[in-house]
Write a new protein. Structure first.
Length: 134
């Protein structure tokens, strides 16, 4: 695989999610191959060597604070539940889901309905692109 093909593979992953690979096809440099039982696979990018949280400082991006243990995972679970409606197919890229459906699912998951929880959930997925409109 030449440098141009590798760059195209990385662009495809950023645009559409994991790249499907045929049986025996290697992942592009900078990606890892996740092999399925039928020998096909998916290519996913890996962190470059030496990447640490200091990279956020270098790019002047603030880390997302985690005020409550496990809440980020609960928000992600609510998003997956709403966007991955057919459990017999791969979850990527999923179907768009209205924000209110995700928030209702999140509220049901945590057992609270107040606006603080809505604001907190929106803050956790403020940078998400999976459900449009967050």
């Amino acid at each position: 695989m030449d440098q141009r093909q590798a760059a195209v593979s990385h662009a495809l992953v950023r645009a559409h999610g994991p790249v499907r690979l045929g049986a025996g096809v290697l992942a592009a440099p900078g990606m890892i191959r996740l092999t399925r039982p039928d020998s096909t696979g998916d290519a996913l990018p890996v962190w470059p060597d030496g990447v640490t949280p200091s990279l956020l400082d270098e790019h002047q991006v603030a880390p997302v604070p985690v005020e409550r243990s496990g809440e980020t995972r609960r928000v992600l679970a609510a998003v997956l539940k709403c966007c991955w409606t057919d459990l017999s197919v791969d979850p990527w890229p999923g179907d768009p889901a209205p924000v209110e459906l995700v928030l209702d699912t999140y509220r049901e998951l945590i057992g609270r309905t107040d606006d603080l929880m809505r604001n907190w959930a929106r803050g956790r997925c403020g940078g998400c692109t999976t459900p449009p409109g967050w």
